[in-house]
Design a protein around this ligand. Structure first.
Ligand code: HEC
Length: 131
């Protein structure tokens, strides 16, 4: 008897849980919402999530390649803020360059479907905070 009650209740959790897992899932609002290669499942931190991804950029950009200075130091948030587009995250110069678009001198570091890309998109889309 107890098992018969439990199963529908468990099934409800599974159904409800799947739909709300990802706080950054804005459905059709994201241009690449069909691209689920890199799922991002929680609040994204600039210091803990975004900066480690951008570490590879410092080898060229600490010297200011292309006019963008990025050292990975204390001014990182300010310098990243200059190359992002909050109203359209995927058009951010930062992301276009990182996937090798627009003839980026440094080439490509990850793809548009990667977790790196999705992490940065989610960070920008959720307000690009210095968190
Ligand atoms: C091997 C060297 C190198 C690395 C590593 C590198 N870049 Fe670049 N980047 C360049 C050069 C050279 C330019 C200038 C030419 C150009 O605009 O692409 C540039 C330009 C840029 C620009 C300015 C584009 C503009 O139109 O103002 C941005 C933003 C940028 N890179 C972001 C990044 C990011 C993000 C990373 C890391 C994921 C990165 N770069 C890694 C060499 C590099």
């Amino acid at each position: 008897m107890k098992a018969r009650l439990l199963i529908p209740i468990l099934a409800m959790f599974v159904v409800v849980g799947c739909g709300t897992d990802n706080p950054f899932d804005r459905g059709a609002d994201l241009p690449n919402s069909g691209d689920t290669g890199g799922e991002v499942t929680g609040p994204v931190s600039f210091a803990n999530d975004v900066m480690p991804i951008l570490q590879v950029c410092a080898s060229c950009h600490s010297g200011g390649a292309g006019g963008w200075i990025y050292t990975g130091g204390v001014e990182s948030y300010a310098s990243v803020s200059e190359v992002i587009n909050q109203s359209s995250p995927e058009e951010s110069e930062l992301l276009v360059a990182a996937i090798g678009g627009d003839g980026h001198g440094g080439g490509a570091f990850f793809t548009a479907g990667s977790s790196e890309y999705q992490t940065i998109v989610a960070w920008i889309a959720s307000g690009a905070e210095d968190n």
